[in-house]
Structures are given as structure tokens and as C-alpha cells.
Design a protein around this ligand. Structure first.
Ligand SMILES: N[C@@H](CCC(=O)N[C@@H](CS)C(=O)NCC(=O)O)C(=O)O
Length: 384
């Protein structure tokens, strides 16, 4: 706090400035600093006047007969007690909300505050006695430390929503999500200026849950629109942004692509069961997808389902092909033995995979088999 003159006994009460709240304080008070920081963080117009605590003016003692700082004067209300003042400011003034709406986090926050309030005496003892040991201080700090670690954030209240960069769309995602990868690949393939921010899915920030109450990634924020559901997002991007169109204009192919995607979504849904159950047998729907995919590749006779370069259909199914060997690795099974009569068809799919791997959008978003296996093991471990 900048040095400024203190009001002593006999001084006149400085009139409030219109549109500003007034904080009465003292330069070195941590309690005053709390309030001052919140006024700044919430951009609340204010001024600060210091009180000579050894010689308090009468008008100040009328505002707060307890004689303590901080005191907040809004013009309508006079408030004392730093904790009550900061909660009042957060509730009643616009600007980013500084409290969590999650009841569990909120209860923990209260516990932390209570612990730190209890440190007041300890703090003075530690200043007086250089050999003072304070188990309470250690336990409060360790609670703070473990909460920060558990929440996986820099701040206890969670991370703040990162502002959009002008001219860029924002993809909220998670590095290993195949649904997010779909969207990321399309952003790259269509050269759409974008950035990607990762969401901690075990500990979702409140502002993220406001964007998508279902709590799932991907979420696309264009500034004008917030979209969820990977398939809806990629179609929106293809329709509304310049760059190579990724969907076929041929009605027959377009209908077939829709049929492939529909069957594919069945497979995507049961995909995780291959990880958890080593004897899982694919459903009728999944088998129908693979057979349609192979026969369409053959019929179209092109490198990709989309033609000589990948179309939306190729990008939409790719992430699961990237992860196809992960379950077999996890269960210690080797590569699939392909029967003689299926080898030609399988070779076509293999060529498709190899060609997909050469695409910029795939190269920039893919993980190696080893990385996928490592991630899958951690996830399975966490589910136990
Ligand atoms: N149908 C959705 C599926 C998205 C989805 O399942 N996302 C997962 C990550 S792969 C997720 O956000 N899980 C976090 C949660 O459900 O809490 C889409 O296509 O976007």
C-alpha cells in the first residue's frame, strides 16, 4: 500500500467520492490488505484512507466503536471484519466472482480460512521468539498444500477462464480424448486460427461447467457461440469457416458417410470395454462398421474415404484407429492374426492408416502407442 498520511484525532472525516467505496485502513495491516486486494481484483472503484491507530479520530470511532481497521464505507453501509467485508464485496459487486459454487470445495475453503484465522496468535509468537515452533502453522500449511495438489490448480478457487485471443476460436479439451482430437484435427486441416486449453476432468473449473453443464470435452468457443458434441462441432466448422470443404457434395457418398458415422459411433461407445475386458467380443454394430468401412474404401478406390485427401469422415474415425492396438498391448496380446482370405481387405485398411499418419492434422495431434498405453494404465489404475 502506498504511503499516505494517517488521519488522527481532531482531523475531519474525508467525504466519500461519488461512485467510490472507501476503505479505512493502516499500511501494514494484513486484514486491511485482504480487503484492498479484493477491491483491486474485482475492479471496484475505491479509495483508501489510513487511520492513526494510536490516536483515532472520533468520527472513526463512531464508524467502528471497536476502533479496528479495516472499515468499509459504501455510502449506504459501514462494514467491519475483513472476512465479512470481502464476502460482501464478492456478493454485491460485479466483476469475476471469487468464490466457488461447488459445495464440497466451498466447505474446504471455509476450513482453510478457519485454520489460518487461528494462526494469528502463532504469528505474533513467531515474531517474538526465534525458536518458536508451531505445529498449527505446519498443519495449516500442509492442508493448503494438499488442497492445491488435489485441485490441480494454481489457486484454491480454481483457475480463471482464459480470455479468448482476438481472431481465434478456442477448443477446450484434454490431450488423450479421441473426441477432442476429432475437433483439433479439423481445426488444423481447415487452417482455422485456434488455441487449445486443457481442462482437468477430475476437477472441472466452475466457469467450464457454465460453458458446458454436461462437463464433457470437447467444447468450442467461437466468441459468438459455444458448441459441444464433437460431431456437431466439426460439421459447424466445415460449414462456417473457409478452407478446403471436408464433406462430400455427392448425395450418394454423403448418405454413405452418414451411415458409416452412425455405425462408427456404436463402436466408439463400446471401445473402452476392450480395455477393461480382455475377452470382450465386438457387437454386431461394430462388426457392421468395419465391414462397411472396408467395402467403401474398396468401392471408392481412393486413398481416403474423402478422396485423394482426407474428408471429415476420415478425421472423425481416425482417433480410434490410432488407439486400436492399445487394448491388445494392455492384455499382452500380440498383433491380430489375419486369415488368408481377409488379407487384401486388411492391407487396404493398413494403407489408409499409413496415409492418415502422414497428414499434418494427425501428426500434430497424435500420441504414440507407448504414450497411449501409459495413459490407459494410469486411467485403469485410477478407476480401481
Ligand atoms: N458425445 C460426446 C462425447 C464426449 C466425451 O465423452 N468426452 C469425454 C472425454 S473422451 C469427457 O469429457 N469426459 C469427462 C466427463 O464425462 O466428466 C462428443 O462427441 O463430444
Amino acid at each position: 500500500m502506498a504511503r499516505s498520511q494517517s488521519r488522527s484525532k481532531g482531523s475531519a472525516q474525508p467525504p466519500l467520492e461519488p461512485g467510490k467505496v472507501r476503505l479505512y485502513g493502516f499500511e501494514y495491516s494484513p486484514y486491511v490488505q485482504r480487503v484492498h486486494m479484493v477491491l483491486i481484483a474485482k475492479n471496484i472503484p475505491h479509495d483508501v484512507k489510513n487511520i492513526d491507530l494510536k490516536n483515532k479520530p472520533d468520527w472513526f470511532l463512531k464508524l467502528n466503536p471497536a476502533g479496528k481497521v479495516p472499515v468499509l464505507d459504501t455510502g449506504d453501509k459501514v462494514l467491519t471484519e475483513s472476512l465479512e467485508i470481502v464476502v460482501f464485496l464478492d456478493k454485491n459487486y460485479p466483476g469475476a466472482s471469487l468464490h466457488t459454487t461447488d459445495p464440497e470445495k466451498s466447505a474446504k475453503n471455509r476450513e482453510i480460512v478457519e485454520k489460518f484465522e487461528g494462526l494469528r496468535k502463532e504469528f505474533h509468537e513467531a515474531i517474538k521468539d526465534k525458536d518458536y515452533h508451531s505445529p498449527e502453522t505446519i498443519s495449516s500449511l500442509s492442508l493448503l498444500h494438499s488442497e492445491l495438489e488435489k485441485r490441480g490448480t494454481t489457486f484454491l478457487a480454481g483457475s480463471a477462464q482464459p480470455p479468448l485471443e482476438p481472431g481465434k476460436v478456442r477448443l477446450y479439451g484434454f490431450a488423450y480424448s479421441p473426441y477432442v482430437q476429432r475437433v483439433h484435427m479439423v481445426l488444423i486441416a481447415k487452417n482455422i486460427p485456434h488455441d487449445v486449453k486443457s481442462i482437468d476432468l477430475k476437477n472441472k473449473p466452475d466457469w467450464f461447467l457454465k460453458l458446458n453443464p454436461a462437463g464433457k470435452v470437447p467444447v468450442l468457443d467461437t466468441g459468438d457461440k459455444v458448441l459441444t458434441e464433437s460431431l456437431d462441432i466439426v460439421v459447424f466448422l466445415d460449414k462456417n469457416y473457409p478452407g478446403t470443404p471436408l464433406r462430400s457434395t455427392d448425395p450418394e457418398k454423403s448418405a454413405k458417410d452418414k451411415e458409416i458415422v452412425k455405425k462408427f459411433e456404436e463402436y466408439a461407445k463400446e471401445f473402452r470395454q476392450f480395455f477393461t475386458d480382455k475377452d470382450f467380443t465386438p457387437s454386431e454394430g461394430t462388426r457392421a462398421f468395419f465391414s462397411l468401412f472396408q467395402s467403401e474404401l474398396e468401392k471408392r478406390g481412393t486413398t481416403f474415404l474423402g478422396g485423394d485427401s482426407p474428408g471429415l469422415i476420415d478425421y472423425v474415425i481416425w482417433p480410434w484407429f490410432e488407439r486400436m492396438k492399445v487394448a491388445r498391448e494392455l492384455h499382452g496380446k500380440g498383433d491380430i492374426q489375419i486369415p488368408e482370405d481377409k488379407k487384401i481387405k486388411a492391407a487396404r485398411v493398413e494403407a489408409w492408416k499409413n496415409n492418415m499418419e502422414q497428414q499434418k492434422a494427425v501428426k500434430e495431434t497424435m500420441h504414440t502407442l507407448e504414450e497411449h498405453v501409459r495413459f490407459a494404465k494410469i486411467r485403469l489404475q485410477n478407476q480401481k
